[in-house]
Design a protein. Sequence first.
Length: 379
Amino acid sequence: MSQPRRWNLLNTLFLTGTLALALGLVPWRLVVAGLRWSEVLVFLAMTMAVGTAISGGYHRLFSHRAYRASWPVRFLFLCFGAAAFENSALKWSSDHRVHHRHVDTDGDPYSIGKGFWYAHWTWAMEAKDLPLAGVADLEKDPLVRWQHRHFFLIGAVVAALPPLIVGLATGNVLGQLVFGVLLRIVATHHTTFFINSAAHRFGSRPYTDANTARDNWFLAPLTYGEGYHNFHHLWQWDYRNGALWYQWDSTKWLLNVLAWFGLVGGFRRVSRAAMTRARLHMEEKRLRERLASASPLHDRLATARHQLETALAALHDRHEAWGRKKVEWREKGQARAEAWREGRKEWKASAATHRRELKTAWAEWKAARLEVRTALVHA
């Protein structure tokens, strides 16, 4: 006999209560007082600041150690992240690391296998005391420990202070509390929760189908770049989510700007060749699945993919070797200009050869892919 579900009263009241109040007070305020530009500006500014702190701080910095940050950046991310009212960075990171280790299993704190709404927010309302796990590195950070002890007070101050200041300055404290505090909290909660629910249910899986995580371009602007979840689950340590230039990832863009000022650094990123190889593997797998029965086209497709993957691997290895050589020269500190020029000339010649091989392999892959698709259309 299954045990009745137990609820965490505080979490349940806070999550459902803020939503119910927003659904009631926001329309009422619009009817009686309309909407002011100051309310819109404070709402957007606070939503972006807090959401970016969750994406760039709680998620990419603290949970995945995808880059290094100076103490002012860590401090600001911890303060504004607390205003999300999604627990401390230490607890948030602990739950999230468990999610990645046990994704889609019973060990996943917010498994999509238990239902869309469970993954979205019901899991946070259950009376489950998940202990801290796998965050010994974060516990060494005094700023993280400080925020863990006082996160609710910090969050309350950061969440309320800007709207109150603007409200007093404009004579509109109530409007700022409704839009800048209440509605903003609800918006922050559910945009974050959509990554646990919608990004595991709707979208594409261009890199891997080993888990339910999906890339969803629609969610990306709403979540400060977190929508490319299939990429993230395969390379969780990459500081990017939208790794391609045309993909929306405002957190990545902010981190790049901060890097120019020396405030962050040590970005970890997967190589373009590894990304392409993963996409090729998935594309070939789907084409094979569409072929109803054994066919000589299987061999053609496999040969073309192997040729292309070999060319990509060679280009990747050459790039890595050149990076190691540059590090070696810098460490020696005595490289002669002529030796450097000869080494660079050799690398350029080798790279040109690999690029030609890659171009040929791409052409063969496209021809094989076209042949398979044509055969499927006329089958």
